[in-house]
Design a protein around this ligand. Sequence first.
Ligand SMILES: Cc1cc2nc3c(=O)[nH]c(=O)nc-3n(C[C@H](O)[C@H](O)[C@H](O)COP(=O)(O)O)c2cc1C
Length: 203
Amino acid sequence: MKKVLIQFAHPARSKSSINNAMRRAVEGLDNVTVNDLYAMYPEFLIDIEREQALCEQHDIIVFQHPFYWYSTPAIMKEWQDLVLQHGWAFGSKGNALRDKLYLQAFTAGGDADTFQEHGKNFFTIREFMAPLIATVSLCKMQWLPPFVVTGVHRGLPQDKVQYYAEQYRKVILALRDKHVDLNAASQAESINANIDSVLLEVV
Ligand SMILES: Cc1cc2nc3c(=O)[nH]c(=O)nc-3n(C[C@H](O)[C@H](O)[C@H](O)COP(=O)(O)O)c2cc1C
């Protein structure tokens, strides 16, 4: 069984619907740690040693958050700037994250069809991921296609919220239990778009 670290970043958790539900679906699972970055560091004073130790102790690193201004909430950038140090995360002697799997799991207000060249958001979701993909590569980790929920701008009905929360749980369990076809996953636009072709065994 692999160990999964979920870095949860939501600055307004009391107003969250979908991210809270997704979080509840994975919290308490064996070998899954949820680290709530805004709760841990409300003043943005990130404990670098603690964060590096957490990463070292896990095989799979997930960042879960709402999509904000075409990117991540601010604390994730602060986390990257401070935690991903030269000689630890990258550089010839920076191998702490080598070969770990990395998953971005996020929810976006925009509908799926707005994320294309001629759509309202001009760029695809993969294009918006460019700095993250390059960062993960520099840190010698393996990028997985993201877990994406689109179209949440007007709030999702409860049955849809439950559906995505359950999908998220399946993906996290499959990663933990090595039931993800990494070749199939690397071809997919998102890890959950065609979930059955990516999971070797539905958990
Ligand atoms: C400050 C802010 C910025 C946002 N930026 C985007 C954005 O760039 N693209 C998008 O699709 N949705 C955007 N949204 C919508 C959020 O992604 C959406 O409200 C969130 O995913 C809902 O998740 P929650 O119910 O867990 O809060 C933004 C929302 C806020 C509050």
